[in-house]
Design a protein around this ligand. Structure first.
Ligand code: ZN
Length: 343
């Protein structure tokens, strides 16, 4: 297959200014570079980050803004240097659409840590569209057993929780705490369980106990007050915090066993304030994690197939995108919304 340079018009949904409802929008694709592919999109998950970008909460948005970075579709065109993929192949793309591929991190296979990593829908049109152009090296082949609506949310929500759990190399029967039962954590519970861990789900919503158990959580701790958290002192080897809100950080460090690690993947708006002694006593550590590398995405997709990940998605036609976003901000999605593009 050779590089095509046709400029075609793409149908999409875009926010025309910060905070605006999305509306139909057409744009012309740039030419394909030698390492690019064009994907005809069939599915795109809706991530909380899309909402932040629409609002320009992070000061990086440009308008018209086409959100979307949990993309699944088939390859429509390939650049001249792409040999590992073929036209018509089903692939997925997550938060990253490219990186420099030359720096220390890229050469080590941790492209997600590249300082020039290119987010899929920042400064370029994302996946709420009929097609997207990305660096072909950032497209993962979707296992044939996996439905596209299951694959889409894995590409951002899934890898965000899978990568830190996997990097920790938790021994079977390690005790893992997952904070929240939502878009990211409903996948984290399943991954941790699949890794053989004993999983405790922490949530402020008592009504989520049943779902947490259904997803595989061994225990559910309803956070009605800080007393509930205190009762969990020294019970977890690893705690993953997914909600993008400020938490009682010091109280959560108490939940860790000695040598335990607390990992933040939900971008809390405020500072993380802790007494130093909360870390020193018990040699505890706290850190963060940002999506995952291309290799980690491939490992996650295989893991999800092997462990029969459950499908917990709500499907929306592309022209219902504002309805889906409305439910997202009201916390009503169970547990991930996926836009379906009907061509
Ligand atoms: Zn995301």
């Amino acid at each position: 297959m050779t590089a095509a340079t046709t400029v075609s018009e793409v149908r999409a949904y875009a926010a025309m200014c910060p905070g605006a409802a999305l509306e139909p929008y057409r744009f012309s694709h740039r030419d394909l570079a030698a390492t690019d592919i064009e994907i005809a999109i069939t599915h795109c998950g809706i991530c909380h980050s899309d909402w932040h970008l629409i609002q320009n909460d992070w000061g990086v948005s440009s308008y018209p803004l086409v959100p979307g970075h949990e993309i699944v579709g088939t390859i429509a065109r390939l650049g001249a240097e792409i040999t590992a993929l073929r036209q018509g192949q089903r692939v997925g793309v997550g938060w990253l659409a490219g990186a420099c591929m030359r720096c220390e991190q890229c050469r080590a296979g941790t492209e997600n840590l590249c300082r020039q990593a290119q987010p899929t829908c920042v400064g370029r049109p994302g996946g709420y569209a009929a097609a997207v152009i990305v660096d072909g090296r950032f497209a993962a082949s979707i296992p044939h057993q996996m439905p596209s609506e299951v694959a889409a949310p894995l590409l951002c929500a899934g890898i965000t929780v899978f990568a830190p759990l996997r990097r920790r190399q938790l021994a079977p029967c390690s005790r893992v705490g997952i904070v929240g039962v939502g878009g990211l954590s409903h996948l984290a519970i399943q991954f941790a369980k699949g890794m053989g861990c004993a999983v405790t789900a922490f949530s402020e919503t008592a009504g989520k106990a049943k779902d947490a158990a259904h997803l595989g959580a061994d225990r559910f701790v309803w956070l009605g007050s800080e007393a509930e958290l205190k009762a969990e002192a020294s019970t977890s080897d690893f705690v993953l915090a997914t909600p993008p809100v400020d938490l009682p950080w010091a109280a959560y460090l108490e939940v860790l066993k000695p040598d335990g690690r607390f990992c933040i993947v939900g971008a809390a708006p405020g500072d993380v304030r802790l007494p130093a002694c909360a870390l020193i006593g018990g040699q505890k550590s706290i850190g963060g994690s940002a999506v995952g590398s291309n290799a980690e995405i491939r490992a996650m997709l295989d893991f999800a197939v092997a462990h029969h990940l459950q499908r917990m998605v709500e499907l929306y036609a592309m022209n219902d995108v504002n309805k889906a976003l409305e439910r997202l901000i009201r916390n009503q999605i169970r547990y991930r919304a996926v836009l379906v593009h009907h061509g």
